[in-house]
Unconditional design. Structure first.
Length: 247
């Protein structure tokens, strides 16, 4: 690792994190608080900057905006992000914003419109928790993968944390990725992700083999990204799965 970060803490009042997050090396859970030791948690840590916008600002100014035949929502979001984004060196701030983003995207009112049988409010809670920590993963504009943590492998991390069987794991994965194929959720997701660096490009694998991907900004060199992902994903996916072996 080429960057050193101090331990970071995420506290969410009125929410108790699943205690099984303690299975992840470098994470410590106590009630409404999760602490991460970066030197143990991350597989790769080569950056200490993230681009963000405060969630309250996005919720007030961007979420109500509608696209038109002349202005696609992606272009609106890009322009908004260019005008309002700032750099933070505080990963705890990224996590706090991410919690608000994903609490919005996976709220219970979506249950009746997902079109996926068997999804419950508890599944949405899992999606919010896991997605929050994916916000620390980072791909640079040139396609270099600079920050990777266990939640890069979203579905397998969820399976380890929540003791999910294979069908339920696939169910969560389908809800997570379904926003890209449900037009209403896609538009909502584009707006919300402006708070987390304008992550608008779906860079997951083309086959549903759960071997990792990322949501990256427009302009990211996806060829280099795919090449780098191929070099590490098998070893690090094995590490993620090993966290559940002694649970």
């Amino acid at each position: 690792m080429s960057v050193t970060l101090a331990p970071m803490t995420l506290t969410i009042p009125d929410h108790r994190f699943d205690s099984r997050w303690n299975r992840i090396t470098g994470m410590s859970v106590e009630g409404d608080t999760i602490t991460i030791n970066p030197q143990e948690y991350f597989f790769r840590l080569e950056s200490d900057t993230w681009r963000v916008i405060d969630w309250d600002q996005v919720a007030t100014e961007l979420l109500p905006v509608e696209e038109t035949c002349e202005s696609a929502i992606e272009q609106i979001a890009l322009e908004y992000f260019a005008q309002n984004a700032r750099i933070t060196h505080d990963p705890a701030e990224v996590l706090a914003i991410a919690w608000q983003v994903y609490s919005h995207l996976f709220r219970e009112e979506h249950l009746d419109s997902l079109g996926i049988d068997g999804v419950t409010a508890d599944h949405l809670r899992m999606l919010v928790e896991v997605s929050t920590f994916t916000a620390l993963n980072k791909v640079e504009d040139d396609g270099h993968i600079s920050i990777v943590g266990p939640t890069w492998f979203f579905a397998d991390t969820a399976q380890v944390i929540y003791d999910l069987d294979e069908p339920t794991t696939e169910l969560l994965d389908e809800v997570f990725h379904g926003a890209w194929f449900n037009e209403y959720r896609r538009i909502e997701g584009v707006k919300a992700h402006a708070a987390l660096g304008g992550r608008l490009v779906h860079g997951c694998q083309s086959a549903p083999d759960r071997r990792g991907g990322v949501v990256a900004p427009y302009g990211t060199d996806m060829n280099r990204f795919r090449d780098e992902l191929d070099t590490f994903r098998d070893a690090w996916l094995t590490t993620v799965r090993s966290y559940g072996e002694h649970a």
